[in-house]
Design a protein around this ligand. Structure first.
Ligand code: NDP
Length: 295
């Protein structure tokens, strides 16, 4: 049996191409989608993410507005900026880069974003809309996973899906999306008993654990599709290396298809941020939903 390596980099490029097509269509109507990214402080990883987001936003033809605030910015000042962005018709998407400094209440800040502009899909209204199967802004990483699964498998209806991890940003929304596509969904976590046995029931296995290479081939049902959300920087043979939550070699030997790290889920996350911004812009202007870019 040959294992398909799902190429997230190529798929993300395709999604960005679709986004660029919609942006061109909007420009013909005199509308330029705009994404505002707010970064508080100087966390190096966050700075890299924000730079990449800004670059890719411009590459697909959208306007990028970066707001870099000092680490000692008060919560009130951040909320005032969000209120201005909420009211700004040129801004269709707002993303506040997490984590925020310790003196800020992240829930309060995220819930201050207009839900219609909440392109990260973390606002409590969007969480509720997704959970009740209504039109929501969907968190980017799980949306990217869903797109890759649909692309690879076609219909997901009736498949057994196991999501390892129950975080609000990945595990829970991933499970909701799979349920929305009529999978039979199990959410596993650190208290799950006999995790390998639970995982071996999965036709679709999504690992979002944050533990380097924890999910080995012994967790994988033969022929299953394995989505590795993990991004872990580890030292091996004296060099820093990026690995997922899945032990790639052993899992790939059993799986029917698998996403690599790097080059799997990672590139899809920013592509889906751009997709969400175009979706938000369409909705703000009463236009039909962009095809293939939403849940
Ligand atoms: P969290 O730390 O918020 O959640 C991890 C989840 O894994 C928790 O629900 C936890 O269970 C569960 N878990 C931890 N240890 C075990 C274990 N031994 N067995 C079973 N379950 C376990 O992480 P995130 O959801 O934010 O991220 C998960 C991974 O995805 C990370 O590697 C992160 O870097 C990556 N990531 C990648 C993104 C991308 O763009 N590709 C974006 C976001 C995240 P419990 O709740 O019981 O503690």
């Amino acid at each position: 049996m040959t294992t398909t390596i799902i190429d997230g980099k190529a798929f993300a490029a395709k999604v960005r191409g679709q986004v660029a097509g919609y942006v061109a269509g909007l420009k013909e109507r005199g509308i330029i989608p705009g994404l505002a990214v707010v970064l508080v402080g100087e966390d190096p990883a966050s700075q890299v993410y924000v730079r990449n987001k800004g670059k890719q936003t411009v590459e697909v033809g959208m306007n990028s507005y970066e707001h870099k605030l000092p680490v000692d910015t008060s919560e009130a000042d951040l909320l005032a900026l969000i209120a201005r962005l909420n009211a700004d018709p040129a801004v269709h998407g707002i993303l506040v880069q997490l984590p925020l400094p310790g003196h800020m209440n992240a829930d309060l800040v995220i819930n201050a974003i207009d839900p219609a502009k909440d392109v990260d899909g973390f606002h409590i209204s969007n969480v509720g809309l997704l959970g009740t199967g209504q039109k929501a802004m969907v968190p980017c990483t799980p949306l990217g996973c869903l797109m890759m699964l649909r692309d690879h498998l076609g219909s997901l209806s009736g498949l057994n899906a196991v999501v390892v991890g129950r975080s609000n940003i990945v595990g829970k929304p991933m499970a909701q999306l799979l349920l929305g596509d009529s999978c039979t969904v199990t959410i596993a976590h650190s208290r799950t008993k006999d995790l390998p046995e639970v995982c071996r029931r999965a036709d679709i296995l999504v690992a979002a654990v944050g533990r380097p290479e924890m999910v080995t081939g012994a967790f994988v049902k033969p022929g299953a599709t394995v989505i590795d959300v993990g991004i872990n920087r580890i030292e091996r043979d004296g060099k820093m290396k990026l690995v997922g939550d899945v032990h790639f070699e052993s899992a790939a030997a059993v799986a029917g298809a698998i996403t690599p790290v790097p080059g799997g889920v990672g590139p899809m996350t920013i592509a889906c941020l751009l997709a969400n911004t175009v979706t938000a812009c369409h909705r703000a202007n009463g236009l039909p939903e962009p095809q293939g870019l939403t849940a």
